[in-house]
Unconditional design. Structure first.
Length: 129
């Protein structure tokens, strides 16, 4: 069973590469994506309980990943939210975790860890309600 995944990323090249790589190395089905905080919050709210992993960039075309994280605070236990950003500073990591992120990864030097996390999550897939 595939991990139902939603991506929040405003860089089209990164988005395309992320989708391709995730679908190749892990049992992931990307069901949608957003480039802005409001678009992401709206989709995640409308599909409450229907996704299993949200991957959130910190700096978006409009708004921020912190706002997306705040919108995901009431999710189900099987729903994971991870931050994948070029700005994984200690402050961003702390603030992200305080808002409920399950993990924070730096795009520049923690992609292997991010992909390993996604692979591990696919082995624990729980069907949506």
């Amino acid at each position: 069973m595939a991990l139902i995944t939603y991506l929040v990323e405003d860089n089209q090249t990164i988005l395309e590469n992320l989708i391709e790589t995730l679908e190749e190395i892990a049992s992931v089905t990307v069901v949608g994506h957003a480039a802005t905080e409001s678009e992401a919050r709206r989709w995640l709210s409308l599909h409450d309980g229907q996704w299993q992993l949200a991957v959130v960039d910190m700096f978006l075309r409009e708004g921020s990943g912190l706002g997306v994280l705040a919108g995901c605070r009431q999710r189900e236990p099987y729903q994971k939210v991870v931050v994948l950003t070029n700005f994984a500073t200690p402050d961003i990591r702390r603030r992200s975790m305080a808002l409920g992120a399950d993990a924070v990864f730096d795009k520049s030097n923690e992609l292997d860890e991010f992909f390993a996390y996604c692979i591990a999550e696919t082995s624990q897939v729980t069907p949506p309600a």
